[in-house]
Write a protein that binds this ligand. Structure first.
Ligand code: GDG
Length: 733
């Protein structure tokens, strides 16, 4: 089993120097996390030891250099580079990724560009990635795709290799529905469909997972149940996996001689002052300007702290070339200059500002020695820096000030949590942090350190892969139930040789697809052809067994010899006879419950109440999916409460809620037919929960088929009504 990591960038960048190519490690949340995990595999017992990393290497490589780049990447980094042309990369990466998805998903709607060329390049690059992956993918491989650059890729791979095991993780927030819908319709639909191509999609926080499900529900109309969505031919799951860090690596690195040496150097320069640290890539989402304003206000309000505190502002160059970033860099330079000019003295610089990449040991030395970590993003998927700061605190002192807009805030509740848009809050939290007693600092940090140590990055990966394996196992169980060719041939053979046969067929969803208006689901010519030919044979009894009322069924199925069952078994019409009730039934409850159902349909546009002789139904297929499914749960609760002492059943079906007499179901109707005759071939096909009663009541030698791929008492599954028609046509041959 091989773990294939796929991300836009490889964990290294290639630099071209005349005729030489140089490999340089790159930093960033995704790279740091996954690299740490892969490093840890060397000493781990987890089975996924073999791995390959697929991604772009950061620059355009001329054709003649491709093979040497490829072999060095493979030999030194277990990596397979994807070669992409500079032009397309510009529109894909600088364009769609960084000017469309990044700002929009971080809720910076005004920074978002909507450019068709960008979108076309995004699609093209996802396709190129797909081609590269397909070439090397083995059946037992696990593909784990990372981040917003490759959201179309899961579906593209799935189309080519339906059985592939695909996981996807989004490192940035998934935005609320109202924001996501700012994307043009086709883009947002294709992105969601792209993600649903995976078996498992992971998000950092529960809010992002819920946002995603809400978008899938409202845009694609697909409902989730306990994090799982049943698709046509498989299941999809989304879940929350807050990314951890390699805790021990930071904790242990903090006491290495190299780190201690760096610390001593800093201590000499920063004598007698408390230190505040922030480390971020240059990005408008990280809230660097707000932070500087907060620090300025703190200095303004707290003269007693002048010359006693220094703010170390570490900004890491990123996305050079994107206009917004350049403008922000200029503003940061100005703001730092303004604060230092306003408060600084010959012997004190309030803000020490650095705009460059830091070597790992310098970073850890800073984490370890600084008194306060000031992490104030305006929006951040997770923020690993906050976690790394805490993990490097070997003596457990130090205070973390963390924005509530960072995913990490959900796990680090013992930090000082602030709103990054409120500079007064930043200023007062700095004072609180600087003045917090050591004992309190240690108490808070100890709790957070324990949490970070137990759910570290290794745990995070293993959790994700375990759940992915779990989804795949469930998928396999589903697959084994699909009516195979051998089983189908057996069924056909038994049908041909049997002399006394009966076939029970549900109607909606089984013989015809669902339509928005139930009265428009008239049987078409193909259905008539199947039913009339089948029921012509003297040895075959055909029973249409439906939840619809008897008038509709009678008007629709004027076919000689056919039997009908209406209202889920309340009424039976044996071939060429009159309708009769299966047992005495009471319908007094209808007058009490109809007003309740009507009050719901008045509030939910598109929903309506259907009154049958012995049951009532609230239909909400035409309504806003999200609103209706929430109200359906409320209605269900109310009805269960109200009917507690009545002989009634309240059932939720496919976008319907039905109330009917207890002891009436399709299973009882099926028994009525079966007990009257000695059939040597029984087949029942249905798609709904009401058909489960049929499947449960059939004798062991009967064939039962569930339409759709959800769990069922039926022996087999068929994908949809088209497959049912195909099978029935084969019976006619
Ligand atoms: C994305 C999401 C999410 C940074 N500068 C240096 C350096 N780094 C390392 C840090 C840390 C990582 O880069 C930065 O991670 P963040 O989580 O803070 O942020 P993003 O890069 O924006 O990452 C983010 C993350 O993905 C993971 O899912 O948390 O929300 O935006 O590990 O240590 N490392 C070194 N020198 C630097 O100058 N050595």
């Amino acid at each position: 089993m091989r773990l294939i990591i796929v991300s836009n960038r490889l964990p290294f960048t290639i630099k071209k120097l005349k005729n030489k190519i140089e490999f340089k490690e790159s930093s960033g949340g995704l790279t740091t996390g996954i690299s740490s995990y892969l490093e840890s595999l060397k000493s781990s017992s987890f089975i996924q030891k073999e791995h390959l990393w697929i991604g772009w290497c950061g620059t355009t490589i001329e054709n003649n250099l491709e093979s040497s780049v490829r072999s060095k990447s493979l030999n030194h980094y277990n990596a397979l580079p994807v070669f992409l042309d500079q032009n397309i990369m510009e529109k894909f990466y600088t364009g769609f990724c960084n000017k469309t998805i990044w700002p929009l998903f971080h809720c910076f709607a005004l920074y978002t560009h909507y450019d068709k060329d960008f979108w076309d390049s995004y699609k093209q690059v996802n396709e190129i990635f797909c081609e590269n992956i397909i070439k090397i993918l083995k059946p037992t491989d696990i593909v784990w795709i990372h981040d917003y650059h490759l959201m179309l890729l899961p579906k593209l791979i799935r189309e080519k290799i339906p059985q592939a095991q695909i996981g996807f993780f989004l490192h940035i927030p998934f935005p609320p529905h109202e924001i996501f819908c700012l994307l043009p319709k086709t883009w947002r639909t294709e992105i969601l469909e792209g993600l649903l191509g995976a078996d498992l999609a992971g998000f950092h926080t529960n809010d992002y997972t819920q946002n995603f499900f809400k978008c899938v529900l409202r845009i694609l109309g697909l409902e989730q149940n306990l994090g799982t969505i049943v698709l046509n031919d498989r299941i999809f799951r989304a879940d929350t996996f807050p990314m951890g860090i390699h805790f021990n690596k930071f904790f242990e690195s903090a006491i290495l001689p190299q780190t201690i040496k760096e610390k001593k150097l800093f201590a000499q320069i920063l004598k007698n002052v408390k230190t505040i640290l922030s480390v971020d890539r240059l990005d408008y989402t990280k809230g660097i300007l707000n932070r500087l304003e907060g620090f300025e206000l703190f200095l303004e309000k707290n003269v007693q702290w002048h010359k006693k505190v220094t703010f170390l502002l570490m900004v890491i160059p990123s996305r050079i070339g994107v206009d917004n970033y350049q403008r922000m860099k200029t503003k940061i330079d100005e703001s730092v200059g303004k604060i230092n000019g306003r408060f600084g003295t010959i012997d004190w610089t309030p803000v020490v500002y650095q705009y460059k990449h830091l070597p790992f040991h310098t970073l850890v030395a800073l984490y370890n020695m600084c008194d306060v970590g000031l992490i104030t993003p305006l929006r951040d998927g997770m923020n690993l820096v906050a976690k790394e700061f805490l993990a490097s605190k070997t003596d457990k002192t130090g205070v973390l000030i963390l924005s509530e807009m960072a995913g990490a805030a959900k796990e680090l509740g013992e930090a000082i949590i602030i709103n990054p848009n409120h500079k007064e809050e930043i200023a007062s939290s700095i004072k609180d942090a600087l003045e917090m007693p050591y004992q309190e600092q240690q108490q808070r940090n100890e709790i957070m350190q324990k949490r970070l140590q137990s759910y570290d990055v290794i745990h995070w990966v293993e959790d994700f892969i375990t759940e992915l394996n779990d989804v795949n196992k469930t998928k396999t169980n589903y697959n084994t139930k699909i009516l195979s060719i051998t089983e189908k041939n057996n069924l056909l053979k038994n049908f041909k040789t049997a002399t006394n046969k009966i076939i029970f067929l549900d109607y909606d969803g089984t013989l015809v697809p669902f339509f928005n208006q139930p009265e428009k689901t008239l049987p078409d010519t193909e259905v008539f052809q199947i039913l009339s030919t089948l029921s012509k044979s003297l040895s075959t009894n055909v029973v249409i067994i439906s939840g619809r009322n008897k008038i509709t069924l009678q008007n629709w199925f004027k076919i000689p010899n056919i039997s009908l069952v209406a209202e889920h078994g309340a009424w039976i019409k044996e071939s060429n006879k009159d309708w009769k009730l299966i047992k005495p039934i009471n319908s007094d409850f209808k007058s009490k419950l109809i007003p309740i159902l009507k009050s719901f349909s008045d509030k939910i546009p598109g929903s309506f109440v259907e009154e049958k002789e012995f049951s009532i139904v609230w239909h909400y297929r035409n309504s806003d999916t999200e609103l209706a499914s929430t109200r359906a749960k409320e209605l269900l609760d109310d009805l269960i409460f109200l009917t507690a002492n009545m002989d009634l059943q309240v059932l939720q079906g496919n976008k319907v809620i039905e109330i009917r007499n207890f002891g009436i179901n399709k299973g009882i109707a099926v028994n009525y037919f079966i007990s009257k005759n000695n059939f040597d071939f029984i087949l029942a096909i249905g798609d709904d929960w009401t058909d489960e009663d049929i499947f449960k009541s059939l004798p062991p030698n009967a064939y039962s088929i569930k339409v759709g791929l959800s769990p069922s008492y039926a022996k087999f599954n068929l994908e949809d009504y088209k497959e049912v028609r195909k099978l029935l046509f084969e019976l006619l041959k």
